[in-house]
Design a protein around this ligand. Structure first.
Ligand code: MRU
Length: 355
């Protein structure tokens, strides 16, 4: 997608240096940061300098490739195994992270004992993960487009736009396709506490693209649905279980319940790389619990130009911060993938994951 007239992806490798859009700075500053070694890349994932299912997946793959490029000839495979563990330990919920890392490890294994070949194969495999993510998301946009009509009002939660992937996004890709087709969609953007990915990132993306939108407090979405102001809900996903249950940003389940109660179609948009066929249901999806400080403080720019945090809770009040929830398949109208729209059923999900 374009930022001030220049084409960007969220993550890319030059030599063995990884480049990332620094997401916590958006919308206040647009900044690209570099990670020289795979451990720096791992820390960037943990600290959410890069976040979002597909973006984490591509960063995990490219970080793994960095490790393969940096591994010494002596102890090559041990170095790589350790790096894989470090990268896998950065975020527990997003399936794409594990997918991206495993694609690079498979390529290294296929190269056998020839180290220069292994380095070449790792770089190519990581680049494929990133390129496929961008292409899958573009296709999700086209496949979701028939759900749109002129003037449609769409509610979304968190950021499943291009910043959350390598390009285009999942939930926002059909919105961009509809906008470019002249259907003038309007997007209700849930602000998405506690890290405000909706208010900060989705709103910024939509503004860059010129899509009509308004940011609402998370607690307003049920009100809007009941008032007849929402025609369609589309969200992304961090992991889809084999039975069609979907893990996504905390608050998604609440939105799905409100949509069901009001007869509003609730769609999930995700590439098939987000499906975890080994995970039987949402009960088995690991849910990341992040620091309570994300609930107790908010970050922003002070009037004197500092990026700083302020506390909003009483000093003595602890917080609790589950980062994701699970929406049961029964609340989901369909899953928009790069292969088409499928039902949230075991049969449809497992067959699309295999094809
Ligand atoms: O914690 P994050 O920001 O990495 O959360 C992941 C997400 O971006 C959302 O859950 C999103 O809706 C899923 S699709 C990228």
């Amino acid at each position: 997608m374009q930022v001030e007239g220049k084409q960007y992806r969220t993550v890319w490798l030059e030599g063995s240096t990884l480049h990332l859009i620094n997401q916590p700075m958006i919308p206040h500053r647009f900044q690209v940061v570099t990670m020289a070694r795979y451990n720096d890349t791992a820390k960037a994932i943990t600290d959410m300098v890069v976040r979002g299912a597909g973006a984490i997946g591509a960063t995990g793959a490219l970080g793994m490739a960095q490790a393969v490029l940096q591994a010494p000839d002596e102890g090559f495979h041990e170095f790589i195994a350790k790096a894989a563990n470090v990268l896998r330990g950065t975020r527990p919920t997003a399936q794409n992270l594990f997918y991206g890392i495993s694609k690079v490890l498979d390529a290294v294994q296929e190269a056998g004992d020839n180290i220069p070949d292994a380095r070449k194969a790792a770089r190519a495999a990581a680049q494929d993960v990133a390129d496929d993510d961008a292409e899958n998301c573009r296709a999700i946009g086209q496949n979701g487009l028939p759900l749109f009509h002129h003037g449609i009002r769409v509610s979304t939660h968190c950021n499943a736009g291009w910043l959350a992937f390598v390009d285009w996004g999942s939930a926002l890709s059909p919105v961009y396709a509809a906008h470019r087709a002249g259907l003038t969609p309007h997007v209700w953007v849930d602000e998405t506490r506690p890290r405000l990915q909706g208010a900060r990132l989705t709103a910024w993306e939509l503004a860059q693209e010129g899509v009509s939108h308004q940011v609402v407090a998370d607690n307003a979405s049920g009100y809007l649905m009941r008032n007849g102001q929402v025609d369609l809900v589309i969200v992304g996903s961090d992991r889809i279980a084999a039975n069609g249950d979907v893990a996504n940003k905390i608050g998604t389940y609440t939105s799905a319940l409100a949509a069901k109660a009001n007869g509003i179609p609730f769609f999930v948009a995700a590439p098939t790389t987000t499906i975890d066929p080994d995970c039987p249901s949402g009960d088995s999806i690991p849910i990341e619990i992040r620091t309570q400080d994300e609930v107790r403080y908010v970050w922003g720019w002070s009037d004197d130009g500092r990026f700083t945090r302020v506390r909003i809770t009483p000093d003595a009040s602890p917080g609790h911060n589950p980062a994701f929830d699970v929406t049961p398949a029964s609340l989901i109208s369909g899953i928009i993938t790069e292969k088409g729209i499928i039902e949230a059923t075991t049969r449809a999900v497992t067959s699309v994951a295999r094809s």
